[in-house]
Write a new protein. Structure first.
Ligand code: SF4
Length: 743
């Protein structure tokens, strides 16, 4: 029976206990949910990534299912500016009418969609299709752009494919030397450290590159503590040393790669003593690291946000990929380069159409063959598909501007807290004619919306996620959503049906249950008149049955859409996932093997060889100066996740990490006259944050740190820089120049 047919005949009630995965990060720890007379219990289960472990976030994940803040009815902003409960019909009509009015007046691209790296594959796929087919806008992107797009771009240009880890996580436990660059899994995904513990028990070495002595760095054999923004120079110096000391795998370089000569010439100038002056990392530590990597039987180099969230993030990752290639690591047993994906479905979310330049299967939207294939699956003319849009920050920064979108639909994201230069993004959102947020809690972004739609949570929905290994997993529902709550798939189908129905109907002046779409609010003006007649386009038309609401049916369509693409899911079925602890893509054939390990024999590039890219260190987009003399960097804490909209509401997590803070070295604090717990003000050229000082000798005296999980005065992203990587569109979250003083 096909997945679609099975969906049509499935009638069994939801189980009282189910095996699923954590809703949060990309480790996607295996867990069991049990409904004990309405109380949902969580317990870990044995799964290859977490091996029976969970972090505090996973243990407490079910608390949000029945949280008092849970949204169970749509909210529509009334003329006084207040969000008030409304019926689904009123809310959806208001959205559809608003979208139609705006698109008629200003063109299709006047509507934009913003997705999230936590959405299931089915929802990410449906959202991309909804943007391209129902709205016919080029403007869609997602918050995963801020997670690992730099590693994705570097992986694509080196290996021809972007899969976070091209090997199972269990390989870490058997590698000789593990180099973690800008990664702190002991706090961000603690169960991963079980693999590191294995590795060290077998005699392996752990080396961590991080400006802070993090929980992970504390466990390392060697900690390199570079100035933020100098990771690229460190990598080039490591390759310089490897060349000097004859550690290069010359046969591998000759037979499996191309472009090494340019890299060799480039790194020749990265003398360790000069890189020590630049980065602060002692020559002896650089040499020890190069030797540990170059002499081990096997070695793995992993990067994460610390190295990637820079305006030169792609080049920084390329520098570490160059090092891995020169040492002959990718494709070798228990060896290689990988990126630690952050969000739960950061990997799958970017494979199936949420990115502005991509179609499902990791296809390029400007590739005629890709457009023809996907348009065929969607039943539309390829010429009707829009072209590429712009990356996430550029999209948000254009909202409400004369040439930018005037309406935004947000699914599974909270950019008011998570976007760089967040105050500016917040003002852009306020400048929209229509903001719609689908969420299960009133996030800070939902607070600005004209319409808020209450949608299902992870334990209430079926679907698939693709974890940091490229392993496709099953998310299973334990129980249905509460009354009044719908799934994202249902929301998209209902909106598509409304956009298809009576597209030329006039916008009503009022409705029996609520305000009209053009009613002024206190937060933004009414939908304006057309700017020019030339902007007029017909309202979008699409058949509502093109947006199925059953995730099995959606996944069956996703398989067809991805077939033949880089991320080929054609051979992945829900049954196969369930029988085998997940399925690694690419998996083109239902009866053929999947791909847990890539690159053993070849790389998916035109030549079959991996490609070196010569890259040069360059300063951060904003350097310290007399007015802003300190470096500022951001990151995460163990008990909170991303924008914190969910985890800040979990009692145990709130107790563990109740508020933001600013970490600074005691010597710096002395100079500034700041004591532990004093409120400090951190100001950059873009804004400021205020939070209690936390003194720690583990941070460099020239650098201050703040976690980014909190809104309001402690919002770290009020300070961060919106300079973007020219290739990936990744903002420079990890370094800017600030001034710090007692508040
Ligand atoms: S947050 Fe990540 S590490 Fe923690 S339980 Fe969930 S998936 Fe595992």
């Amino acid at each position: 029976m096909t997945d679609g047919a099975r969906a049509a005949t499935r009638t069994e009630p939801p189980p009282r206990e189910t095996e699923t995965h954590c809703p949060y990060c990309a480790l996607q720890c295996g867990m069991i949910l049990r409904d004990a007379d309405g109380r949902i219990e969580v317990r870990p289960r044995e799964f290859p990534t977490n091996r029976g472990g969970l972090c505090q976030k996973g243990w407490t994940a079910a608390e949000l299912l029945d949280h008092p803040d849970r949204l169970t009815t749509p909210l529509v902003r009334d003329p006084s500016g207040t969000l008030r409960p409304a019926s689904w019909d009123v809310a959806l009509d208001r959205i559809a009418d608003g979208l139609r009015t705006i698109q008629r007046a200003h063109g299709r691209d006047a509507v934009a969609v913003f997705g999230g790296g936590g959405l299931t594959n089915e929802k990410a796929y449906a959202l991309g299709k909804f943007a391209r087919v129902a709205l016919r806008t080029r403007h869609i992107d997602y918050n995963g752009r801020w997670c690992m797009s730099s590693a994705a771009a570097a992986g694509l240009r080196a290996f021809g494919v972007d899969r976070g880890l091209p090997f199972p996580l269990t390989d870490l436990g058997r590698t000789g030397t593990l180099l973690l660059v800008g990664a702190n899994p002991a706090e961000t995904m603690p169960p991963l450290m079980r693999h590191v513990t294995d590795q060290r028990a077998r005699g392996g070495r752990l080396i961590v590159v991080d400006p802070r002595l993090t929980a992970t760095a504390r466990q390392a054999d060697l900690h390199l503590q570079p100035l933020p923004g100098t990771d690229l120079a460190v990598a080039n110096a490591l390759l310089h040393i490897a060349l000097t000391e004859g550690l290069i795998d010359r046969e591998y370089v000759a037979t499996r790669t191309e472009g090494f000569d340019a890299v060799r010439r480039t790194v020749a100038g990265y003398w360790p003593a000069e890189v020590e002056r630049l980065s602060g990392v002692p020559v002896a530590d650089l040499e020890a690291t190069a030797r540990a990597l170059g002499t081990a039987d096997s070695a793995v180099i992993l990067t994460a946000r610390g190295a990637e969230q820079h305006a030169k993030g792609v080049d920084t990752v390329s520098a570490y990929v160059n090092l891995a290639l020169a040492l002959g690591l990718p494709g070798r047993p228990h060896s290689g380069y990988g990126c630690l994906t952050g969000q739960g479905n950061g990997q799958g979310g970017r494979e199936h159409g949420q990115k502005s330049d991509q179609l499902p299967g990791y296809r390029k939207i400007d590739d005629p063959a890709a457009r023809a294939h996907v348009a065929g699956v969607w039943g539309v003319d390829p010429a009707e598909l829009p072209g590429p849009g712009v990356p996430a920050y550029q999209l948000l920064d254009s909202l409400g501007t004369p040439d930018g979108p005037r309406a935004l639909l947000v699914f599974g994201s909270n950019p008011v807290v998570s976007a760089p230069r967040a105050a500016r993004v917040e003002s852009r959102l306020r400048g929209l004619d229509l903001l719609v947020v689908a969420d299960f809690l009133r996030s800070e972004t939902a607070e600005l919306a004209d319409v808020v739609l209450p949608v299902a949570q992870w334990a209430e929905e079926d679907g698939t996620m693709t974890n940091l290994e490229g392993r496709v997993l099953r998310r299973r529902a334990l129980r249905p959503p509460p009354p009044g709550v719908r799934t994202d798939l249902t929301v998209l189908a209902e909106l598509a049906a409304r956009l298809d129905d009576a597209p030329d109907a006039p916008v009503p002046a009022t409705t029996p249950d609520g305000p009209a779409p053009t009613t002024p609010t206190t937060t933004r003006p009414a939908v304006p008149a057309p700017r020019t007649p030339a902007d007029h386009v017909p309202a979008p038309r699409t058949a509502p049955d093109r947006f199925p609401t059953d995730p099995r049916v959606v996944f069956a369509e996703l398989r067809r859409a991805s077939a033949g693409g880089v991320a080929d899911y054609a051979g992945v079925s829900w049954d196969r996932i369930e029988s085998a602890d997940g399925v690694f893509w690419p998996c083109p054939d239902p009866d053929g093997p999947d791909s847990p390990r890539l690159f053993a024999d070849t790389f998916p590039t035109p030549s079959g060889r991996a490609r070196f890219h010569a890259v040069q260190h360059r300063p951060a987009a904003e350097e310290v100066c007399a007015d802003y003399p300190l470096h500022f960097t951001t990151g995460r804490v163990l008990a909170q996740y991303q924008s914190g909209a969910q985890t800040r509401r979990v009692a145990a997590l709130h107790r563990a990490a109740p508020h933001g803070f600013v970490e600074l070295h005691p010597d710096l604090a002395d100079r500034l006259g700041v004591a532990e717990g004093d409120e400090v003000r951190v100001a950059s050229r873009r804004g400021e944050l205020r939070a209690p000082a936390r003194l720690s000798p583990t941070i460099r005296p020239d650098t201050v740190f703040a976690p980014f999980h909190w809104p309001g005065a402690a919002r770290a992203n009020s300070v961060t820089n919106d300079a973007l990587d020219p290739v990936s569109g990744m903002p420079e979250f990890k370094i800017c120049a600030v001034r710090v003083e007692r508040a």
